[in-house]
Every structure is written in C-alpha cells, then in structure tokens.
Design a protein around this ligand. Structure first.
Ligand SMILES: [Zn+2]
Length: 169
C-alpha cells in the first residue's frame, strides 16, 4: 500500500517538474523584452603580453601587446594607458598613452615598445609589468545587452521563473 502511494507521489512530482519546465512565462528580468539595460565596457581589455627584447643605449626595450575587444556596433577610438612598473624595484614609470581605432565588435591587438632605464644590466633585466587602462572617448555607458536570464527569448520556463524569485540557480 505504502509503495503505491510512493509511486503516485513520485509521478506527481515528475509531472509537475515537466509542467514547470515546459510552461513558458514572460522573463522576469527583462519583462519579456529580451534585452536589458546594463553598464557595459564599450571596449574591454582581454589581455596583455609583455616581452623583454634587448638592452641598448642605457634602456631596456620591451614589447607590449594589448588585446582589446569592442562590445558595441560602431567604430570608435579609445585611449590605452600603459603604465610600466618594475616589480623587482617596485618602481612605477610614467604612463604612455596610445590612441587606438577599434571597429565594431572588433578583436584588436595593438603593440608598442616600452623603454625603461637599465638598472640591472643586459644580463639581468628588470621584471617589467604593465598596468593597462582603456578609456573610451564616449563615457562608458548604458547599453542594451541580451538578457542573461532568457538569452534574448523574452520567455523562460516556469521553473526558471520560480528560481529567479527564490534565488536559486
Ligand atoms: Zn529576459
């Protein structure tokens, strides 16, 4: 007898999960619009590579490559601020500014040479790192982005809707 009740309960449970998953409701995050306004980086910094090249004329020469990614559908020019610092001596050098043209949704890399004084001699160069900041001409603004909850559909399964309100994931 108990077994039958268990089976019945189990079926009810499975059935309600199917309903919850199949039933679609308006997405609670974007109210069915599929996109939300969010602060986004117009151009984001994807990576920085720093390589020692040589020591010459009293300076260490370093190649710096900065990887950028545009998140907007228009071309723009950004300022890339490169601040070298030597982690051996904990010394920060003056900031270099690069103006970089970035196309719509473009993955862009930009390279340049950075020189710092040769304190260590060419056989034992500094341990150079760079701090990189990217600033857009326009303010980093509010952009419409695809709603992360419904992935732009505007509708979510009832189960996701319930999860949204009860804080699960
Ligand atoms: Zn949504």
């Amino acid at each position: 007898m108990a077994r039958k009740i268990f089976i019945a309960l189990f079926l009810v449970l499975v059935f309600s999960f199917i309903i919850l998953d199949v039933a679609q409701v308006d997405c609670p995050q974007c109210e069915g619009k599929g996109s939300i306004k969010a602060y986004s980086n117009v151009v984001s910094l994807e990576g920085v590579v720093v390589n020692y090249t040589t020591t010459a004329c009293g300076y260490e020469w370093w190649d710096v490559t900065v990887y950028l990614k545009s998140n907007v559908d228009r071309n723009l020019t950004v300022k890339v601020y490169v601040t070298p610092f030597d982690s051996k001596s904990n010394k920060t050098y003056s900031t270099i500014t690069w103006n970089v043209y970035v196309g719509a949704y473009e993955n862009k890399s930009v390279s340049g040479t950075v020189t710092v004084p040769d304190f260590y001699g060419s056989l034992q160069h500094s341990d150079l790192k760079v701090l990189v900041n990217v600033a857009s001409e326009e303010n980093v603004g509010e952009e419409f982005i695809t709603c992360p909850l419904c992935k732009g559909n505007g509708m979510v399964p009832l189960l996701d809707f319930i999860r949204f309100y009860f804080g699960g994931s």
